[in-house]
Design a protein. Structure first.
Length: 308
């Protein structure tokens, strides 16, 4: 299926409606859904299959999954797995044997889902997670990383996380992504390690370490997303006030920010894991069917746009 290219440059995707449109234009991708014994998980897989995004196989207890499928008005193939650990292991085997080209987290803990992936599918780059958000009062898609996998990354781990996020941003059509490396303030303070890391990453970017990207930091959250705040503080930056990517100082701050925006600002988020060689959809167990469907569409498009 031909994608929207112009002079070998990917057309930008600016919102989730465009994302779903791009995803529906592609052929369905074989996907393994791990620990699928929960209504939202099954409903998302059925909807994604109906939209032509994926050809899913559900992994888990058939006695739980089949009644949920029937209640949702559909049927999907099932691979029997008695435990979450077994389901995750069998999903990785589906990838290794070429029967699945996408992994989707169902109703299980992230650690159980990722353990065999890290052990068996981990490539040369660090695995990290990116949330892509659509906010009513922000003019572009906003990416938050890492809010799900890397707990307290050091400088070089942050460099890997940033590299992965840039792959995603470019796949969504951002030719020169703007990255705000966040801390609690915009000044360098040796007592706050994240300010030192931010400054180092910005200098690495200046020297071409991350390719075509604008990276600045340290920046506080308001400086990263508000041109008004930037002007009041007198910050001169090509990133401040218009960031595409927020590189978080640690998992806790990233997770709190993502959930605050989702629950208090009605932001719409899709999430996926990068660095494992196959697209991986990783959502919260509390996420809605729509959030899961958005994440599947994101992973489908990113896979297509990074496989050429």
């Amino acid at each position: 299926m031909r994608l929207a290219w112009a002079d070998n440059v990917l057309s930008p995707i600016c919102n989730f409606a465009e994302l779903h449109g791009q995803a529906r234009a592609l052929d369905p991708l074989a996907a393994a859904v791990v620990a699928a014994g929960e209504a939202h998980v099954v409903e998302a897989a059925l909807h994604a299959a109906q939209e032509g995004l994926i050809a899913p196989v559900l992994i888990g207890r058939r006695d739980i999954i089949d009644p949920i499928c029937r209640a949702a008005g559909g049927t999907l193939p099932v691979i029997e797995a008695g435990t979450d650990d077994e389901a995750a292991r069998l999903a990785v085997l589906e990838v290794q044997e070429g029967r699945a080209r996408m992994l989707i987290k169902g109703h299980l803990h992230t650690a159980a889902f990722l353990h065999p992936i890290v052990r068996e599918l981990h490539g040369s780059t660090r695995i990290s997670h990116v949330f892509v958000g659509e906010l009513s009062n922000y003019p572009r898609l906003l990416m938050i990383t890492d809010a799900a996998i890397n707990i307290a990354p050091d400088l070089m781990a942050k460099a890997d996380i940033l590299h992965n996020a840039l792959v995603l941003a470019r796949a969504l059509g951002e030719q020169m992504p703007r990255v705000a490396v966040l801390s609690a303030l915009e000044d360098i303070n040796p007592a706050i390690v994240s300010t030192l890391d931010a400054a180092a990453l910005a200098k690495m970017a200046d020297r071409g370490h991350f390719g075509a990207a604008l990276v600045d930091g340290p920046l506080a959250f308001d400086n990263a997303i508000s041109l008004d705040a930037t002007a009041i503080k007198g910050i001169k930056s090509q990133v401040a006030g218009q960031a595409d990517i927020l590189l978080m100082p640690d998992l806790v701050s990233g997770n709190v920010l993502y959930k605050a925006l989702a629950y208090l600002a009605n932001a719409r988020f899709a999430g996926m894991v990068l660095g494992a060689g196959v697209p991986i959809v990783l959502t919260s167990r509390a996420d809605s069917t729509q959030a899961r469907l958005d994440s599947i569409a994101l992973a489908r498009v990113v896979h297509a746009r990074t496989s050429n």
